[in-house]
Design a protein around this ligand. Structure first.
Ligand code: KIV
Ligand code: ZN
Length: 530
């Protein structure tokens, strides 16, 4: 049996469906580039029928990331489609430019979904699935089929429908535990039953797709892999609907760290994990919990004295993985005020950032400003500068100046100066409950993009009074709706924003503006032009 587990990343599809994870197409392209560098086998780039923008974003990824690079074969680029001709045609339109395209089609198979959601008899579902898989196969060689809510479907019915879709041309059979209901023993048994009872299974790859409602997504995926699945569907940081999906880093590092138990490999370059985790967190505005396995800020921190003592005597007393293996850099001191551009460029390359000359110049300018305020610039500072300077959405409005008055003696007031898309300078002053609220009110007065602030978080990147502050916000625009794969009804959209500065009010203003810029692009709002 094949000893490699394919990593199918669905951060840009199932992950992007999590509340607040809306990404611009430029951000999706950058994440796809990082995923390709990470070595994932398949990128599920989106759900093309959801909207013309989604289709275009998948197509761009197929054209740019789905092409051979330096003689290396590119990842498979996959598009999701419900089992309808229209969805499948749109998915094909989006992925066909890729060197290795895949269509992933699905239909629900659990009694509750068939009766209430689809309102279809089981045999009608089988017929529809078979016809649509055959149709997809007439367009594309590589077809994945998912019986949605397989975790609550009758195993016998699954064997039947899966045997039919294999005969119709499916090449990968994905088994989703859509609502995160399964336990590891049950899910392992389900996969074992499928391996044994589905006709033609020997010519297919079986895949696992688990949700984390009971906190069991990784355990279930690993149980499925032990039972014979050779593809795992995962997302970076485990983002996804509700409690999220199986997290990429957990499955990959479990297979890597416990190789003697599983005897299985992946094609992942584990040293890229931290980089892509940060990128996804910054773009989506979804913070990684500090105690998150592998990528949380505390994942390699040892606080208790007894642990520190053990670590000093032998690292493996309390550490089962080396932080460097997942791209956490140990050398903390990097550069100072007198460091030159070349030293900065070398350090950025060591951190995994392949920047062009123009980008290096941009970061160098920011670096010099920061070095005047902060004695030692650490890796974490550089990463924040990159996120703040390069990972921002299209700047429709730019922050050109900010001044606040606050404290206990009067009303918190902020004056904001923005440069608009028409190149005009807009200045507005407003009051608020504090300086951040006042700055947000002033920006709202200028931009006039109705939204609701649903999350605001701030933290210091490094220790010390001169530390950079990092702010993440999420805003929602309840008027703007979009179709998602699991729910046919349209959902409100939310947008994340990120900002970093030694002045936390400035960082807060930048984060809010970056979220608003995303909202303006995504909603096609009317904006003044030059
Ligand atoms: O969770 C799920 O069922 C899905 C399918 C569309 C594969 O995401
Ligand atoms: Zn899912």
């Amino acid at each position: 049996m094949n000893q490699t587990v394919r990593i199918f990343d669905t951060t840009l599809r199932d992950g992007e469906q999590s509340p607040g994870a809306t990404l611009t197409s430029a951000e999706k392209l950058e994440v796809a580039r990082s995923l390709a560098r990470l070595g994932v086998d398949v990128i599920e780039a989106g759900f093309p029928a959801a909207s013309p923008d989604d289709l275009e974003a998948v197509r761009r990824i197929a054209m740019e990331i789905g092409q051979p690079h330096n003689g290396k074969q590119p990842p498979i680029i996959c598009g999701l489609a419900r089992a309808t001709r229209n969805d499948i045609e749109k998915a094909w339109q989006a992925v066909s430019p890729a060197a290795r395209p895949r269509i992933h089609t699905f239909i629900a198979t659990s009694p509750i979904h068939m009766q209430y959601k689809l309102q279809m008899e089981p045999e009608k579902v089988v017929k529809k699935a078979t016809e649509m898989v055959a149709f997809a196969r007439s367009l594309c060689e590589d077809i994945e089929f998912s019986p949605e809510d397989a975790g609550r479907s009758e195993p016998e019915f699954l064997y039947h429908i899966l045997s039919e879709v294999v005969a119709a041309g499916a090449t990968t059979l994905n088994i989703p535990d859509t609502v995160g209901y399964q336990t590891p023993d049950e899910f392992g048994d389900l996969i074992r039953g499928i391996m044994k009872n589905v006709k033609g299974i020997e010519n297919c790859i079986v895949s696992v797709h688990c949700h984390n409602d009971l906190g069991l997504a990784t355990a279930n995926a690993l149980a499925g892999i032990r039972a014979g699945a050779r593809q795992a569907e995962v997302t970076v940081n485990g983002i996804g609907e509700r409690a999220g999906n199986t997290s990429l880093e957990e499955v990959v590092m479990a297979l890597h760290t416990r190789h003697p138990v599983y005897g299985l490999d992946t094609n992942i370059d584990t040293t890229q994990i931290m980089h892509v985790s940060k990128q996804v967190s910054n773009y989506t505005g979804i913070l990684v919990q500090p105690n998150k396995a592998i990528v949380g800020a505390n994942a390699f921190a040892h606080e208790a004295g007894i642990h520190q003592d053990g670590m000093l005597k032998h690292q493996q007393t309390y550490e089962i993985m080396r932080p460097e293996t997942v791209g956490v850099k140990q050398s903390r001191l990097v550069l100072g005020k007198h460091s030159g551009r070349h030293a900065l460029k070398v350090r950025l390359a060591e951190l995994g950032y392949e920047l062009n000359e123009e980008e290096v110049v941009q970061i160098f300018k920011r670096f010099k400003v920061l070095a005047d305020k902060k004695k030692e610039i650490l890796d974490a500072d550089l990463e924040a500068l990159i996120s703040d300077e390069l990972y921002q959405p299209v700047e429709i409005y730019q922050l050109d100046g900010l001044q606040v008055a606050c404290g206990t003696m009067g009303m918190p007031t902020a004056t904001v100066r923005l440069i608009g898309p028409d190149e005009k300078v807009y200045i507005h002053a407003a009051i608020g409950t504090g300086p951040v609220d006042a700055a947000y009110n002033a920006m709202d007065e200028i931009i006039q993009a109705p939204n609701k602030l649903i999350e605001f978080s701030i933290h210091a990147i490094t220790e010390g009074i001169d530390a950079l502050g990092e702010v993440t916000v999420r805003i929602s625009d309840s008027q703007q709706q979009r179709l998602t794969a699991q729910r046919d009804a349209a959902q409100p959209r939310t947008f994340g924003g990120y900002g970093a500065d030694t002045d936390i009010v400035v960082a807060s203003a930048k984060a809010y503006l970056s979220a608003i810029n995303k909202l303006l692009v995504a909603t096609g709002a009317e904006i003044p032009s030059a």
